[in-house]
Design a protein around this ligand. Structure first.
Ligand SMILES: C[S@@+](CC[C@H](N)C(=O)[O-])C[C@H]1O[C@@H](n2cnc3c(N)ncnc32)[C@H](O)[C@@H]1O
Length: 199
């Protein structure tokens, strides 16, 4: 039986991810972000918010050579690091920082809710996740840290981008090639964290 649903059909990126040992095609989005903006250095401490099934975490570990800290509602297996099970709305900055032993150089947020088909509701819920990611980035990042965040475009995105511009020296936008054509998602890359909380 033919399957015309582009989200359930394994595509070029999904096959390539599996062949390279990554759990999800989303790894190629992070790879493109890194190739464009050189976000990872060897030795960097990384926090990955919404890290399951773990392809961003695995890629970050390969670039930094360091175990990282991740959090998700879903378990992550076979990636070097500490993976906390739970919601970002419940996790404390202290719980994320304890395994690292220092503030983070890079904070990643690829978080998205389970989409319902209600485009506006999905957008609002996704922006709440991205905004919580920004709050945790301020609370766990070192001065000058980098923050990569997925954003579902729509009515509430400009306000979030304004908050990002206030928090970082510079903010870049990117829609990676591996993002599906019809998707509303894009990524913001905050470079040079200046609104550091809790130091
Ligand atoms: C697109 S996936 C992340 C893929 C991951 N970057 C990778 O490459 O393997 C989005 C993730 O956000 C997580 N998520 C959604 N709401 C969350 C919440 N409140 N707290 C933590 N994680 C959440 C989901 O469970 C899901 O695993």
């Amino acid at each position: 039986m033919s399957n015309n649903n582009e989200y359930s059909r394994p595509d070029h990126y999904t096959k390539k991810a599996k062949a390279q040992g990554f759990a999800a095609r989303s790894v190629f989005k992070l790879e493109e972000i890194h190739q464009r903006h050189r976000i990872f250095q060897r030795g960097d401490a990384v926090i990955d918010l919404g890290c399951a099934p773990g392809s961003w975490s695995r890629y970050a570990n390969q670039r930094t050579g360091e175990p990282l800290v991740g959090v998700d509602l879903v378990e992550v297996k076979s990636v070097p690091g500490t993976f906390l099970l739970g919601s970002v709305f419940d996790i404390t900055p202290e719980a994320l920082l304890a395994p690292l032993g220092r503030r983070a150089d890079v904070i990643l947020s690829d978080m998205a809710p389970l989409t319902t088909g209600d485009r506006f509701g999905d957008h609002v819920r996704q922006i709440e996740l991205a905004r919580r990611g920004l709050q945790l980035a301020r609370q766990t990042g070192r001065p000058g840290a980098t923050f990569v965040v997925k954003i579902f475009d729509g009515e509430d995105a400009p306000a979030l981008l304004a908050e990002l511009r206030a928090a970082f020296t510079s903010v870049k936008r990117l829609k990676p090639d591996a993002t599906r054509d019809r998707s509303v998602e894009f990524f913001a890359i905050g470079l040079g964290l200046r609104q550091v909380e809790g130091l």
